[in-house]
Write a protein that binds this ligand. Structure first.
Ligand SMILES: C[C@H](N)C(=O)N[C@@H](Cc1c[nH]cn1)C(=O)O
Ligand SMILES: [Zn+2]
Ligand SMILES: [Zn+2]
Length: 534
């Protein structure tokens, strides 16, 4: 049943299927080692020819994308209907099912050499030691040595979602809001919509009988929302095999900063995710009988939690601030030029809870300072009502978003030592273990290369404006691995808006962002294919 609380006069349509119903620090060093090679003139000619197939104008291609919109929405509806939540062990079969769905779609679209790469079982910490990791789906479209090769990455897993969290409709049913012209479902923006975008771009070319201007290599994973476990190794193994010849990498898995201006992204924060396990009594206890008599794990956990961060968002763990790269004068100028406002920030959070009252501070705290977030407690009473229980075992979850020049291993040691010291100071008879669940490094790149230029041209062709160049507060753990292992540039080309509600309730993708996003992807491939440099 659709729940429509809070919105009046809203037309809701559950979608029926058509057929069935750093500024530069670490990466600067890496980039300086990438050689820009001139391509032989015959190859340049080939690229110019594919570009000239369009006669320098995208009208036909864009019109085809517009025409195929219902089919593309249908593909998205089918994809989001599979609850591929990588963080929920019980839903792992659904993640695998979505990989199979993706393979079938790729097959139908004529992709070649489709492979489902097995990554083995999930390493600890994990409840089920035999839990299989979902496969990485590899596919290519075209293998013409005269063309450049673009690797497109996306993830088909999603964050958890439940109607009772406050969704207006079933999270795994695509609902079209006709009035707002948006599509609501978990994964619509992060990242099923953008991933589908690449498939749709291929379909539009096929329908037009238009040759793709580049060779496409698809790399689609099912563990991004859980730290991309296993993918680093696969990329290292396939760098000179499946990924041989890749000229550049394009990732569409982040968001515009606000709601109006398209952006291209050259930086991400990293994410180190930890858990604190506190164990005490042999079973959950009656607080009337045992309260004040036994040491309560939840009280110890709350004490440790409160020692991590203050209410102004300042991290209290010693040694972290010292690792953060200092802000430079040149850098400060950049923030002023970005199109963003405190009001947009408040609108996106649905509140007036922003800790800063000016754009540069907001942007710096989102992009270039670390943050520590406390996410939740496993094992604690969390439903409605007033249960008088003492939980016997609680697992607290928190993560730190990392930035240049935080060293991941050093951070882990600082965090775990801190938790051990605080717990020791409590004098509790309970036991406590603090550990890393997964990590992924930050990435900051140089946006002055052919791929970013092509994306800027594509943005101009679709939206009529120059994009802003932004960094992203979120993380895509595998980005730096692509850059270093494939010795290639990486471009982040977002499709959705800053208010899409990724990871939140009522995640959505505006229909215009889906359609314009695909046009931008398509034009990007044409501009990049025709460019003279990598
Ligand atoms: C930006 C991207 N779409 C995203 O949401 N990434 C996740 C990845 C993650 C999950 N755990 C650790 N990293 C994120 O930034 O939370
Ligand atoms: Zn994502
Ligand atoms: Zn995400």
């Amino acid at each position: 049943m659709l729940r429509n609380s809070g919105l009046v006069n809203q037309k809701l349509t559950p979608f029926k299927s058509l057929t069935t119903h750093r500024l530069l620090t670490n990466s600067q060093v890496v980039l300086s080692t990438i050689k820009v090679q001139s391509r032989p003139s015959a190859l340049k000619q080939a690229h110019t020819n594919t570009m000239s197939q369009l006669d320098g104008n995208f009208d036909g291609l864009f019109a085809k994308i517009d025409e195929l919109k219902p089919r593309f929405i249908d593909r998205l509806a089918k994809a989001v209907a599979i609850p591929a939540v990588s963080a929920d062990e019980s839903l792992r079969p659904m993640v695998v099912k979505k990989a199979h769905f993706l393979r079938d779609e790729l097959e139908k679209l004529g992709f070649q050499d489709i492979q489902l790469k097995d990554l083995g079982v999930q390493p600890p910490p994990v409840e089920n030691p035999k839990l299989p990791l979902p496969p990485v789906v590899l596919a290519r479209y075209g293998n013409d040595p005269a063309k450049k090769t673009v690797l497109v990455y996306g993830h088909y897993d999603v964050q958890p979602a439940a109607l009772e969290d406050g969704w207006l409709s079933e999270p795994f049913t695509l609902v079209i809001d006709e009035e707002k012209q948006l599509m609501r479902a978990r994964g619509s923006s992060d990242d099923t919509g953008p991933l589908n975008g690449w498939l749709n771009v291929v379909e539009a070319h096929r329908e037009l009988g238009l040759e793709l201007p580049v060779n496409l290599v698809g790399c689609f994973e099912g563990m991004e929302e859980s730290g991309s476990i296993g993918l680093d190794q696969l990329i290292a193994e396939e760098a000179d095999k499946y990924f041989k010849g890749v000229d550049t990498v394009c990732i569409s898995d982040n968001y515009w900063l606000g709601t109006k201006k398209p952006v291209l992204t050259y930086g991400l924060r990293g994410c180190n995710y930890y858990q604190i396990i506190v164990e005490g009594p042999g079973a959950d206890l009656h607080s009337g009988m045992f309260g004040g008599v036994v040491a309560e794990p939840m009280i110890d956990l709350v004490k440790i939690f409160s020692s991590l961060v203050d209410s102004q968002g300042r991290i209290l763990i010693k040694g972290i601030a010292e690792m953060v790269a200092p802000v430079t004068e040149k850098e400060k100028e950049l923030y002023e030029k970005i199109d963003f406002s405190v009001e947009e920030m408040n609108a996106a959070s649905g509140s007036q809870t922003c800790l800063y009252d000016n754009k540069p501070e907001i942007l710096m705290h989102r992009w270039r300072f670390p943050s520590l977030s406390i996410h939740g407690v496993e094992g604690a009473f969390s439903t409605q009502g007033a249960k008088t229980v003492i939980p016997s075992r609680v697992v607290g979850k928190f993560s730190i978003r990392t930035v240049p020049n935080i060293e991941s291993a050093k951070l882990d040691k600082l965090v775990i030592d801190h938790c051990n010291e605080v717990f020791k100071s409590l004098g509790s008879p309970n036991s406590m273990k603090a550990e890393l669940i997964h990590d992924g490094d930050y990435w900051v790149s140089d946006p002055f290369n052919a791929s970013f230029t092509a994306a800027a041209e594509a943005t101009k062709a679709v939206h009529g404006v120059e994009p802003d160049f932004t960094r992203e507060g979120g993380s895509i753990p595998i980005t730096l691995t692509f850059q270093t292992q494939l010795k290639s540039n990486v471009l982040l080309l977002p499709m959705g808006r800053g208010d899409d509600g990724a990871h939140s309730i009522n995640e959505k993708l505006d229909i215009s962002n889906y359609v314009q996003g695909m046009k931008t992807m398509a034009a990007y491939l044409h501009y990049y294919g025709a460019s003279e440099e990598k």
